[in-house]
Ligand binder design. Structure first.
Ligand code: NCD
Length: 289
């Protein structure tokens, strides 16, 4: 079984994964994947996701091979599919792939024996990011209390795979989603939406701030400073309100979230990163143990 998008996992499976992830946070080293081989194949830059997957795999005792795409034979004219078929011929248990083009992980999955895990494709999906976001929300509010919690997803939603995966997952778990973005970053959906963050600030329990995906659009819609005036999460905006602040990273400081808010106890950006390893350990075990 592979993981291409969040709805590949049932609600019951996700709850079971979260119970496992919680155990991994308490007891980080369990060598349940000792005989397994995992390949990471990243055609786009990554800090958190790649290291998180590799640490998760190593904590479970798996062998990890990272293919350096810039030095691989795709640079010599080999097609992506041939590269992947050659890797698969070495019998890895899983291939973790990130690509700028929507649908590449699914296409790879249709051609290989290994389990495929989507580590982000274009603006389509980033399932493990959404899982770790939901896990972080559940950790904060408690499992029984997430239903009905109001979340504002703020920023370049249209071009964000993190937003697209979260819209499916968080809605399925009963969260009340409002999309907050300027018109040029707002996708067509059935969710509530506004371009006025201030107008809804008293009606949210969680804010998920997102980076402007400058690599996915060549048009310059606005300057970062103009954007920040309306959409940056500032202390002046939050005041003493009890709002959980999330961001998948990389953060554009003082554009997405102000320095003071990043240092505030309400901001769980680094807890998300810690939780990401535990959630990915649970996902890897579930898919290949
Ligand atoms: C995100 C990504 O690459 O999709 N980062 C991440 O994986 N934590 C978000 C982003 O690049 O803005």
């Amino acid at each position: 079984m592979s993981l291409i998008q969040t709805d590949d996992f049932s609600t019951a499976t996700i709850q079971a994964l979260f119970d496992k992830a919680q155990n991994f946070l308490n007891t980080p080293t369990v060598p349940s994947l000792q005989d397994k081989l995992i390949i990471t194949l990243f055609f786009e830059n990554s800090t958190r996701t790649r290291s998180s997957f590799e640490i998760a795999a190593k904590r479970l005792g798996a062998q990890v091979v990272h293919l350096d795409v810039d030095k691989s034979s795709t640079q010599k004219g080999e097609t992506l599919l041939d590269t992947v078929l050659n890797l698969d011929a070495m019998n890895p248990d899983a291939i973790i792939v990130r690509h700028a083009q929507n649908g590449i992980p699914k296409t790879i999955d249709e051609h290989v024996k290994a389990q495929v895990i989507n580590a982000g494709d274009g603006n389509h999906a980033h399932p493990t990011q959404a899982l770790l976001d939901l896990f972080t929300i559940q950790q904060h509010f408690g499992k029984e209390h997430i239903k009905g919690k109001r979340i504002a997803i703020v920023g370049d939603i249209k071009n964000s795979r993190v937003a697209h995966s979260n819209m499916e997952l968080l809605a399925r778990f009963g969260l009340d989603i409002t999309l907050v973005a300027p018109s040029f970053f707002m996708p067509q959906t059935t969710f509530k939406n506004t371009d006025n963050l201030r107008s809804i600030i008293d009606d949210v329990d969680i804010i998920m701030s997102l980076r402007t995906q400058t690599e996915r659009h060549s048009d310059v819609y606005t300057t970062p400073q103009e954007y920040a005036k309306e959409f940056c999460i500032t202390q002046e905006l939050l005041q003493k309100r009890n709002i959980l602040i999330l961001h998948p990273g990389p953060v554009h400081r003082n554009i997405d979230i102000e320095d003071g808010v990043l240092a505030d106890a309400r901001c769980k950006v680094l807890a998300q990163v810690t939780n990401g390893v535990a959630v990915r350990m649970a996902v890897l075990e579930h898919l290949i143990a």
